[in-house]
Each structure stands twice: as C-alpha cells, then as structure tokens.
Design a protein around this ligand. Structure first.
Ligand code: DGL
Length: 260
C-alpha cells in the first residue's frame, strides 16, 4: 500500500521512522515542505494554503492514506482536508491523554509550536479530557530551527531549553509532551535537564496505530528494507548529499528512540 507522510519539514520523519519499523513492507512517500518551513510562526491562513498545495500533490500520487505528521498542520488544516479528499487522513494529537492516563496525579507540560498552542484544537482536547488544571502549554519554536539545521545537542540547544524550562516547578509535573514532531530530536538534552520523574512522551506510536487501524494493515516482521521516496515541496530528492542529510536525521531518531 502506498502511504504518504507529510510535514512542514523533517519533524515528520520521527513518525515515519516509527512506521518503517512496524510496516516495512509498505511503500512510503515522505513530503517535507522545505520551501515553507517553519509553519509554526506563520499565520493559520498561510499554513492552510501550504497544506492545500501539498495535498494536491500527494493525492495525485494515488496514495491510499495520508499521515499529517505535523501537529501544526493538523491543528489548522486536517478538518478541511478531510472534507476535500475521500481517503484516510490521520493527524497528530499531542499525547496529553496518554500522559494523564499514565500519571493522573500531576500536571503535564505540552510543548508545541505557537500555532498549535494558540489553536482551537488543543483547547478542545484539554476541555474533553477535563485537563484545565492538569496541563500547561509552552511554545518552543527555537527547536524547529535547530532541528532543520541538524543542530541536535549543542551548548546553544541546551542553553535555549534550560532558559525556556527554568520557570516550571517540576515537582508539580509528571511529564513533558512533545506536541511538535520536530522536538523528537532533542530528547537527550531534555532528559539531561528534566528531573528523573518527569517523563518525555510523544504521539508517534498513537498516530501509527491509528494508521494501522484505518488502513486495516497489520504489523509486519522487519525482514525487508522499506521503500521510501523523499520529496522536498513536491521535488523528488535524488541528490546524494540531500539523501545523506535525511539519513542523518533517521540515524539521530534511532539514538533518541528509547529515551522517555
Ligand atoms: N513539525 C511541525 C509540528 O509538528 C511543525 C514545525 C514548524 O514547521 O514550525 O508541529
């Protein structure tokens, strides 16, 4: 089955990385909108038009499902895309429910882009989970810039995160939720900064499970090399240096995988 994964940039590789392990026999397309990244600092109207264009391209590839591996694009555009395209469209949801179900007694810090945090979708989620007194929201746009330039664990990354996370009284928190797919590259620095009882959670497994459910696929043994075509804003990536750049992101995700 041909499956598309879409993100503003390379954050969505973290969801693809998980899917490749579980569904290695499927045929994957990864679309990174490198011409327009970052989305999180733009207006919702701009993001909607970027997503519209990307979907037009992906639908023309005759894919069987599209995973919007971007919380920001999900927040702004997934409802609209579902009305336009009659195929399974799976969005991201910050793992707030997982955090509250696992650790009911303490608060959750949901980190994301400014668009996600200021959006209606996250408000509705908090309301639905009755999490008004058990959640706080924090935008970390700097991490998107660091990720895109492959600056994963530098002194500047650490200083940025220490500064952004300093105001929180961590005794009150059980977990930090990665509500932006670009944030998965920084789990080691986050682990270093956060007290041991604060767990780092993401929505990647939940999204891939939903993809499996909606496509009636079943998990497969890891005995084949998955097939993936990468696109930067509708341009097929064939250049060896660019493919090596993407490989470096996937290798980084291998290293981050078991950090919680
Ligand atoms: N990776 C995206 C997300 O999950 C968006 C990052 C950006 O482009 O600002 O929200």
């Amino acid at each position: 089955m041909k499956l598309a994964f879409f993100d503003s940039g390379i954050g969505g590789l973290s969801v693809l990385h998980h899917a490749l392990k579980i569904l290695p026999r499927e045929e994957f397309i990864f679309f990174a909108d490198e011409d327009n990244v970052p989305y999180g600092t733009k207006t919702p109207a701009q993001v909607l038009s970027f997503v519209d264009e990307a979907f037009e391209f992906l639908a023309a590839q005759k894919v069987s499902a599209i995973v919007v591996a971007c919380n920001t694009a999900t927040s702004v555009a997934v409802r609209k895309m579902r009305t336009k395209y009659p195929l399974p469209i799976i969005g991201m949801e910050p793992a707030l429910k997982l955090a509250l179900d696992t650790f009911p007694a303490r608060k959750v810090l949901v980190t994301a882009t400014a668009i996600t945090i200021n959006g209606e979708k996250i408000r509705r989620l908090i309301k639905r989970l009755h999490a008004e007194n058990f959640s706080e929201l924090k935008a970390l746009p700097g991490l998107v810039t660091f990720a895109e330039r492959q600056e994963f664990a530098s002194p500047a990354v650490e200083e940025y995160l220490r500064g952004q996370l300093a105001p929180y009284d961590w005794e009150k928190f059980s977990s930090l939720v990665l509500g932006c797919t670009h944030f998965n590259y920084f789990k080691d620095t986050l682990r270093k900064i956060l007290p041991p009882h604060v767990r780092i959670l993401d929505g990647n497994a939940g999204t891939v499970n939903e993809l499996i459910r909606r496509t009636n696929l079943t998990p497969q043994p890891a005995d084949v090399r998955p097939s993936v075509k990468f696109f930067y804003s509708a341009r097929l990536v064939t250049d060896a240096a660019e493919l090596a750049r993407l490989g470096k992101f996937l290798a980084r995700l291998d290293e981050m995988e078991d950090i919680t």
